[in-house]
Design a protein around this ligand. Structure first.
Ligand SMILES: O=P(O)(O)O[C@@H]1C[C@H](O)[C@@H](CO)O1
Ligand code: GUN
Length: 281
């Protein structure tokens, strides 16, 4: 499906040109209710979008503004473990970019792998490890797609330094803990064994989840500026088997929503007062 077809459909409902796209992870969808003058479009009305099936994901695009910045928020997302391909998961990013978004704030609920994290902490992503799919996963197309001109010349994907900085400033101003970290993406839907959590810690992961990386890779390909935020929904205990559950993930998300909102507002205030400057990659 061509993103332009989806963008044309959206344009028939709203002509708002969002500057910032926001993807709201598990339990974090309440931020969509904070959007001023909202125009809500259900995912299943948009050509090329699937239907979000994960619990805690509403399945809506919400256009409007926050801190006077035009935004579009995805209240819900698509996950590989629901049966969607990488292209399906990333398609909304392409569409939000096509209707105007030059920045992406992407959030998720994630397991805390680093021993310093507590439930409810916010981690500002500096990098990621992609365990989600093999390089030649069938949905990623024919080999020639990989050899497309420029394919090997692309600069490494990066998360935006200035947007990260704004997130840390929001945490300091609001008095909550916020750490830099690396996100490891698994295919899901199973959580990890203790041995797997230990392995992830040893290879440099701070948090682990089942989303975000396909969307970040798409945004990076489109030249968008990216802020990645994980909310620690459960903590990996190396000494004791603790059963993670999706209900726990949703509950932690609701409790941490106020922190996410503080960060999003601060980042948007900075974007509206002066376009955020980042050092060159
Ligand atoms: O959409 P996110 O990444 O927030 O969802 C997390 C990861 C899994 O989908 C699920 C696990 O409980 O929550
Ligand atoms: N893979 C994985 N995803 C999560 N999403 C929320 N918590 C977790 C976790 O512990 N592991």
């Amino acid at each position: 499906m061509n993103p332009q077809t989806a963008a044309d459909f959206i344009r028939s409902i709203t002509d708002l040109k969002p500057q910032v796209a926001i993807i709201l992870g598990s339990g974090l969808g309440g931020l969509a209710d904070k959007i001023d003058s909202p125009v809500i479009i259900a995912f299943d009305r948009i050509p090329g979008f699937g239907t979000s099936t994960a619990s805690g994901h509403r399945g809506q695009l919400v256009f409007g503004s926050i801190e006077s910045v035009p935004v579009v928020a995805m209240a819900g997302r698509f996950h590989r473990y629901e049966g969607w391909s990488n292209d399906d998961v990333a398609f909304p990013v392409d569409v939000m970019n096509t209707v105007g978004a030059s920045h992406l704030i992407v959030s998720n609920a994630a397991g805390g792998v680093s021993l310093k994290f507590r439930v409810g902490d916010i981690v500002v992503l500096q990098d990621h490890i992609n365990f989600m799919s093999g390089v030649f996963a069938s949905d990623q197309g024919a080999p020639e797609k990989f050899a497309a001109p420029g394919c090997f010349n692309r600069p490494a994907m990066t998360y935006d330094a200035a947007m990260s900085q704004a997130a840390f400033e929001a945490a300091i101003e609001s008095g909550f803990d916020c750490y830099p970290g690396t996100y490891l993406a698994t295919f899901g839907p199973t959580y990890e064994t203790r041995a797997e959590y230990r392995m992830m810690r040893r290879i440099g992961a701070d948090v682990v989840g089942m989303s975000t990386v396909p969307e970040v890779l798409a945004a990076s390909r489109l030249g968008m500026r990216i802020l990645g935020l994980s909310m620690v929904s459960n903590v990996a205990n190396p000494d004791k088997a603790v059963k993670a559950s999706h209900d726990e993930v949703l509950e932690a998300g609701r409790a941490a929503e106020v922190k996410m909102e503080a960060i999003v507002r601060k980042v948007l205030q900075q974007i509206s007062s002066s376009p955020l400057q980042s050092p060159p990659v």
